[in-house]
Design a protein around this ligand. Sequence first.
Ligand SMILES: *Cc1c(COP(=O)(O)O)cnc(C)c1O
Length: 447
Amino acid sequence: MATPVQQRLLKTAIPGPRSAELQQRREEHVTSGFGVTLPVFVEEAGGGIIVDVDGNHLIDFASGIAVTSVGASHPKVAERVKAQVDKFTHTCFMVTEYDLFVDVAEQLNRLTPGDHAKKTALFSTGAEAVENAIKIARSATGRDAVVVLGHAYHGRSLLTMTMTAKNVPYKESFGPFAPEVYRAPSPYPYRWPTGPENAAEEAFAALRELVLTQVGASNVAAIVAEPIQGEGGFIVPPAGYLAKVAEFAREHGIVFVADEIQSGMGRTGEMFACDHEGVVPDLITTAKALAGGLPLSAVTGRAELMDAAPVGGLGGTYAGNPIACAAALGAIEVIESENLVARAKHIGEKIEARLRPLVTGDSVVGDVRGRGAMQALELVRPGTTEPDAALAKAVAASCHAQGVIALVCGTFGNVIRLLPPLVIEDELLDDGLDVLVEAISSAAAGR
Ligand SMILES: *Cc1c(COP(=O)(O)O)cnc(C)c1O
């Protein structure tokens, strides 16, 4: 199928009548435990456009949550997937092996930060990768405790929802939680009580104190951090913070895990967000954009750590599924051959140029932040830092009505985040940004 015309086009109200009909069936047959950003049903997608069942062309500022960086149906991914489906769909890598698994591992060992000896384990979902990073760190250190940050998001499984900071909707009613998870404050510059200039040092001091005096360094298996926090609000840690944490971990024999599931694979204008500061984690988790839309995740890291788990201790029936591996090889090829890392940087520059001027001190836009094609703006009551979740909801709704798929995130529900596919054309990006800026000013005027 050809890539859809790369233009926003509204034929009906959003959602249109066919989507509304399907939504009724969904409500009848599908659990209401799944929320939805925009109840529109998709017919096809590619580039920066999602075409719904009513024929509307919507601008994609979500990429299915940072997954379809190469587009939702890149020909090079599709080609490899089709070829692999015809050969075999599954063997279980723990039963009989296939070279695609080894190829993806080799690629990740090459692409991830650091030039030390690395090995990789493949899984299916991000949460599974984080869980396995903890299993590996515990096995390698013989320790139990895991230290995470405020505003963290690591998944929805028992351990990873425990590691996740926000209660509603991720944790409420789902306890009891996994033991031995401790939380240090996130160095959130915009909201740091004594000012952004102190965030790196004071947040690090708090983490250090937590580890040394409350948990005991010799009990800590891993410190896990998102190099840019995703669901928690696209929080970029201040310069120097991650390097300090990595060094502290090394001093105390603690495994430093970078969760790059959202920020990795070129999204931020470097292959990994850690690369912006030359930070080299011991283990790194990837998923989301790894396989061009197919479910695949990985833990990559120091060979001696990766080999610490007992033989047979890691795995999973579907772990590193061959079709997903074929897709990943296609996605990695596209990221490199189409220079999508540079493209992410370019997208970031365009977004910043358009949105940064909105931060004026007395505007509803309190902060614009991010790196590359992972950008967000935080909406507040003018002149304060008080979060305005209702405004974020109104802005997103207005974008949706005009055919722009924008996502809300953040612990306080007041952050609009932009995660366009890295292959989005400039004109489409500009059009989407126009809609967003207009949505903000009209929603703010209505206050
Ligand atoms: C999405 C995400 C996860 C969980 O990935 P799933 O595939 O949804 O399990 C973990 N960590 C981060 C940083 C994420 O953004």
